[in-house]
Structures are given as C-alpha cells and as structure tokens.
Ligand binder design. Structure first.
Ligand code: ATP
Ligand code: MG
Length: 383
C-alpha cells in the first residue's frame, strides 16, 4: 500500500523568493501511475523532489499512507527515484551498481544477491552484470538505473524525465519497459515529463501543471477530450487545439466571426445566456476538421487562406490564415491536394466544438448529455 497525498503543497525559495509551486493538491492512489506534465519551469521536478524528501516543503502537507512526512528524511520515506542522468558509479560493475544501495542499508548478502539476480533477469541485465557503465549503451544504462531503484523494493517510484537522454527508438522501448514493470510490480509510480506522448501512453492519470499550479488532473483521454482550460487544450495534442475568437449570435445558438460559423448545440441555453454578445474562444482539434461537408444542417465551417501545406506521409497538415492574426491547422488525409495561397473551407461536426471563456481561458462546460467525439477509452490496469 502506498497512497501519496499532496495537500496545498507550496515551494518558495528563500523568504522573499518566488513561489514556484503553489497550493498543489494531488491524491495518488495505491498502484497508480501518475504523470506530472507541463512546460519547462512549471515546477514538476520541484514537486517530485519535495515528495522524495530532497527539497524542503514551504507549505501544505505531504503524506504517504496517511502519515505526514513533511519532515521525514529522504532515506526513511521508502521511495526510490530515477533521474534523467542515471548517475551510475563508473568504476563499479553493473552488479555492484545494483547492490550498492542495499549494502549501505546493511541488508544480508544472500538477500542482496537474490534481489540483484531477480531484477537483472526481469530487465535483461543478467549478461551485463560484470560490465562497467562505460561499456553499456544508453538504454542499458537506463535499465541499470531503473534496476537500482527496483532492488530497493520501494513503496513509491519517482521518475524525473528518465528517457530524455535516449534516442527516439530506445525511448519507445524503454517506455514500454517501464509500463510493463508498473503492471508487474503494482507499485505507485510518479513520473515527470514535458513530453505529452509519454504522458498519454504511460499515465493512468495525468496532472497537467502550468506556472507552479495544477491546470487539470484526469485520465489521459479525459484531459485530451475534455480540457479544463485553453492551456491544457493546447498543451495536449500535436498540433495543439485550434483556438479562435468568436461572438455568440443573437439567440446564442452559434458562435461566429468573419471566418467562422459554429453551431453550439452542445451547450444549454442557460449557460450560453451569460455569454450573450460577448467574445468567447472557440476550439476545434486539427483532426476534427475536414474538406468534406458532413451531412446535417448543424455543421461548423471555417474559411481561410492556405499558408502552408505539410505532407507528412501518413497525413497532410494544412495551415490556414483565417484573418485577425489567427492561424489554424487541419489534419487531413494524405491524398489531399492543396496549394499555397488558396481559399479553403473546412467543416466540423457540432460535437467537435469547444468553448472557452475568453478572459479566464476556462472551459465552458457543455450540457451533461451532449454528444462528444470521444469514441473509445483505453483503460490501463491499476492495482
Ligand atoms: N534553487 C532554486 N532557487 C530559486 N529558484 C529555483 C531553484 N530551483 C528551481 N527554481 C525555479 O523553480 C521553477 C521550477 O523549477 P523546476 O525544476 O521544478 O521546473 P520543471 O518543471 O522541472 O522544468 P524542466 O522541464 O525544465 O525540468 C523554475 O522557474 C526554476 O527556475
Ligand atoms: Mg525538471
């Protein structure tokens, strides 16, 4: 059992220094794989290091299994951390690197041998036990670093961008390796990354952070399809969600601009009434835009001029200038024929539309029973 709970956690450097983590509330269930995702400098590592006990906590409460650990030293928290730089001991063999932490804890030699052998078998390190780190590939080194955390059999694993030094292919392999180990061990894992693909594929839940604060917490597809604000809408998704200023038409059933006409059937009259005549932000994901007009009357349409055509092989991205300094991107089938500086009209189904408050950036919630574009949710096993 390891439930990790952050209650209004704050980090301030010095008495007058800036607050870099602000009132973070996060409840991590036993066996969960929680990803902290956000841009550089948003406070991910600082949050992780406070959980590890490597950084003091300026405010709030951190508890593990109901025990407040704010002032418990790192070594007594039963947590193991894997860093971006693996920090292996260069003069020691793989076996000694794996065993080192256990020896320092005065664990009996037979037990150390059993654990090192077990972990080496699982991670495919058995043939490499006699080598030194310099004679290993980046991926093998990363597996040793992961193994060093695993031999400790901790309650909680913390990872700080452990894959960012690996090349693309190795990153994918090591990613699945960590997911496999999570499914096997059932330990609580907290994983920091700024890579949305890692977050989407690894996390049972994602905590999106922005400027020291939590922007949204939810299952990967939930934060992707139901972003709580424009920050999350743009941070998850490549290309990011298209956002366009629009005003509500009289009667509030459509959002329009010179380039845009979007039906708002997903929202209740009562919700939209508060925005009557005001500017709102309309969002549509690039993959929900198409050149063919879908059947039905309530269709959304955007007109613009092509400023770039990017054939990526599997698909083609079309960038449109829709005026007012706004550019949008459509993700179209690869066969599409498009030319630069061409007038194009793109269509979307009403359920693909999102609305945000133009001032706060917060999502304007659609009616609970409205149709959504979410088709399937893949569930990861949690223990
Ligand atoms: N010792 C320090 N004194 C003052 N400010 C610090 C200190 N360490 C970190 N910071 C600041 O705290 C903020 C959060 O840093 P943190 O390392 O947690 O970001 P991050 O989300 O992990 O970013 P990255 O993706 O670049 O690793 C940054 O603005 C950083 O400059
Ligand atoms: Mg960091």
């Amino acid at each position: 059992m390891a439930v990790v709970r952050l209650d209004k956690i704050v980090k301030r450097y010095g008495l007058t220094g800036p607050t870099v983590v602000e009132n973070v509330d996060l409840n991590i269930a036993d066996g969960e794989f929680m990803v902290l995702l956000g841009p550089s400098g948003c406070g991910k590592s600082t949050t992780l290091r406070m959980i590890a006990g490597l950084e003091t906590i300026s405010g709030g409460t951190l508890s593990i299994d109901g025990r407040v650990v704010n002032n418990v030293p790192a070594k007594d928290r039963d947590i193991a951390m894997v860093f971006q730089s693996y920090a292996l001991y260069p003069h020691m063999s793989v076996a000694d690197n794996l065993a080192f932490g256990l020896r320092r804890r005065a664990i009996p030699a037979a037990e150390i041998e059993r654990r090192v052998k077990g972990v080496a078998d699982i991670l495919g390190l058995a043939p490499l036990l006699a080598r030194r780190p310099a004679a290993l590939s980046g991926g093998q080194r990363q597996r040793v670093a992961l193994g060093r955390a695993m031999v400790r059999e901790p309650q909680v694993f913390l990872f700080d961008e452990p894959l960012s030094n690996l090349d693309a292919a190795l990153r994918v392999n090591t990613r699945s390796e960590i997911i496999k180990q999570h499914n096997r061990l059932g330990s609580t894992m907290i994983y920091v990354t700024h890579d949305q693909v890692e977050a989407m594929t690894m996390g049972t839940r994602i905590c999106v952070m922005n400027a020291g604060k939590v922007a949204q917490i939810g299952a990967p597809l939930e934060v992707y399809w139901q972003p709580a604000n424009t920050f999350v809408a743009r941070f998850l998704g490549s290309p990011p969600m298209n956002l366009m200023p629009a005003t509500l038409s009289p009667g509030n059933r459509r959002a329009t601009s010179p380039a845009l006409d979007a039906p708002l059937g997903r929202w209740s009259h009562a919700t939209l009434a508060t925005y009557a005549g005001k500017t709102v932000t309309l969002g549509v994901r690039a993959e929900d835009l198409g050149l063919e007009k879908p059947a039905g009357e309530a269709v959304g349409a955007i007109r613009g001029r092509t400023v770039a055509v990017e054939p990526l092989g599997a698909e083609t991205l079309l960038l449109l200038d829709i005026g007012g300094g706004t550019e949008i991107t459509a993700r179209l089938p690869r066969q599409v024929e498009a030319f630069l500086d061409q007038e194009v009209e793109l269509f979307f189904r009403p359920e693909a539309a999102y609305l945000f408050d133009a001032e706060t950036g917060d999502a304007i919630a659609p009616a609970a029973d409205s149709a959504t574009v979410v088709s399937a949710a893949v569930k990861r096993r949690t223990h």
